[in-house]
Design a protein around this ligand. Structure first.
Ligand code: FAE
Length: 501
């Protein structure tokens, strides 16, 4: 590929006001973000022979057995947070540090905050790894019109599964002390005559066995995975899709590259305005990258913010009115569960590995890695939520801010609570999301139908594509979203590739 580099600007003018000079660069295809959508897209472009630049704001986090790649929940350090002066995860002890390009971002909104991954691999770095395909009914009720369930079921979900190779916890591990909390929920469900299921996780369970034998320091077996899981063993995107894409030699992932704005040039090409940043967040260089094909994979919050800004500042004229709208929290709700009598114990083994499913509701046990035995664990419910949230531009911040009201999912919360009570009746249940209104599962903001066509092409904007959770209006079928986001990206790239090659 011919890479035309011209260092222009205004070098003099920029130097005069103390800003780094802006460089211009020309690329055939650019993907923003290395999460599920971005990674699938990068691999598909590579396989089609398209040289691709992938822009990622965060760092690489290479995990290895016995390594200390990620910080611990109860001993957090600067690696825990994306450019924040302390922990952003509720439950972490108070601490302070100089901001660093850590693994977890808290996007503060009005009425709801979003937690999302930052780094090569996106959300897969910090996720538990629950890799779940929704039921046909929940899929039909939550996904945009025009999605062919049979094709997802027979083809797209299978493609994702073939890469991530999800596997449930081996039955014998459910019998060990560390997995007592999961086993308690399992037995509670069975005791009600329901069928518990073991959650598919992209895990090498031998790593857990090695932890249990004392050959590796504990990470999974104490449920301490929320800032990333040490010891490797989780098939994150950096070691699956992205590793394969980079091995072709056609995909280059550029880290510490924060996209500030996207713009349509007069000739119809796409201009990506980026800051090359230091690990402390200082802008070291500015660049404009010009491309014919721009794929937005910065996640629901990242992609939506870029599009809302572009619309508000008229950087991209004629963006659809639906930009920023139809956002939801995947209908998830976290309850603290304190069973009467028996205690689930301290340092509960993970990742989350046992649940129960109904056509439009999933409940999964979430291990709590507290070092003390508080007699408590957690249950996460997923239902179908109305996508009533919206990102709006705030000129003062030059950013888009999420607006959400508790009443949007109040009825669903009651339904989830009632169902959990039906299963664990007599226990103390506390709706923790009510006090800590956050979601790990942002979805929507540039959805199919309102902003994009059926395959993620932004309407009337040739060469601009959305490829991540922003495409999906609020829910991925009453279960965790990563599997569906990746499957949708696989499907969309089938349609888009012929016009990019
Ligand atoms: P995502 O994976 O968030 O990737 C976006 C990427 O874009 C990231 O790498 C960002 O660093 C990068 N980025 C963002 N803004 C910019 C910018 N301006 N410039 C350059 N780069 C940028 O998007 N889901 C499950 O299915 N199962 C689970 O067990 C699960 N557990 C979770 C646990 C936690 C603590 C969290 C936070 C999330 C969890 N999720 C889980 C949600 C899952 O991570 C999420 O749905 C997907 O990662 C979303 O995929 P996207 O491709 O949309």
């Amino acid at each position: 590929m011919s890479l035309r580099r011209r260092t222009v600007l205004k070098a003099l003018g920029a130097a005069a006001v103390g800003l780094p000079a802006i460089e211009d660069e020309r690329r055939r295809a650019v993907v923003i973000g290395t999460g599920f959508g971005g990674s699938v897209t990068a691999l598909r472009l590579a396989r089609a022979g398209v040289p691709t630049l992938v822009l990622e704001r965060g760092l690489r986090w290479p995990a290895r057995p016995g390594g200390n790649t990620f910080p611990r929940l109860f001993a957090p350090d600067k690696r825990a947070s994306w450019l924040a002066p302390g922990p952003v995860m509720t439950g972490s002890p108070l601490a302070a540090w100089a901001p660093y390009t850590g693994v977890l971002e808290r996007v503060r909104g009005r009425g709801m905050d979003i937690l999302c991954g930052a780094g090569v691999g996106g959300g897969s770095l910090v996720y538990h790894g629950m890799t779940i395909q929704p039921s046909e009914e929940a899929f039909a009720r939550s996904m945009p019109p025009g999605m062919d369930w049979t094709a997802f079921d027979q083809d797209f979900y299978r493609r994702v599964a073939s890469k991530l190779r999800p596997a449930p916890i081996p039955r014998d591990l459910l019998g060990v002390r560390q997995y007592r909390a999961a086993k308690m929920f399992h037995d509670q469900v069975s005791g009600k005559g329901l069928r518990p299921f073991r959650v598919p996780l992209p895990m090498d369970w031998d790593v857990v066995r090695r932890e249990l034998r004392g050959e590796l320091p504990p990470s999974y077996s104490t449920g301490d995975v929320i800032y990333g899981a040490n010891n490797a063993g989780k098939r994150t995107l950096d070691v699956t899709y992205l590793a394969e894409a980079e091995a072709t030699g056609l995909v280059h992932v550029q880290t510490l590259t924060l996209v500030r704005d996207i713009e349509r040039a007069k000739d119809g090409r796409w201009v990506v305005h980026v800051d090359r940043i230091t690990t402390g967040g200082r802008v070291a260089a500015r660049k404009r990258i010009v491309t014919d094909a721009l794929f937005l994979g910065a996640g629901s919050a990242g992609t939506t913010r870029l599009l809302v800004k572009a619309k508000a500042k008229n950087l991209i004229p004629d963006l659809p009115d639906g930009v920023g709208k139809h956002w939801g929290n995947n209908g998830d709700r976290i309850f603290a569960w304190t069973p009467p009598g028996d205690s689930p114990g301290a340092l509960q083994g993970g990742p989350a590995c046992v649940g129960v499913r109904e056509p439009t509701l999933t409940i999964i046990h979430g291990p709590v890695p507290f070092p003390l035995d508080l007699g408590t664990t957690s249950l996460i419910g997923f239902g179908l939520v109305e996508p009533l949230g919206e990102f709006r531009y705030d000129a003062g911040k030059d950013d888009a801010v999420l607006y959400w009201k508790q009443e949007y999912d109040a009825r669903l919360t009651t339904a989830i609570r009632d169902r959990i009570t039906g299963i664990v009746g007599g226990s103390l249940l506390i709706d923790t999301t009510r006090f800590d209104t956050t979601t790990y599962h942002p979805l929507g903001g540039a959805v199919i139908g309102a902003v994009c066509d059926r395959y993620g092409r932004v309407r009337d904007q040739r060469g601009l594509y959305v490829t991540d959770g922003a495409l999906i209006p609020g829910s991925t079928g009453a279960c965790n979203p990563s599997m569906t986001i990746a499957a949708l990206a696989e499907r969309n790239m089938d349609a888009i590739l012929p016009e990019v090659i």
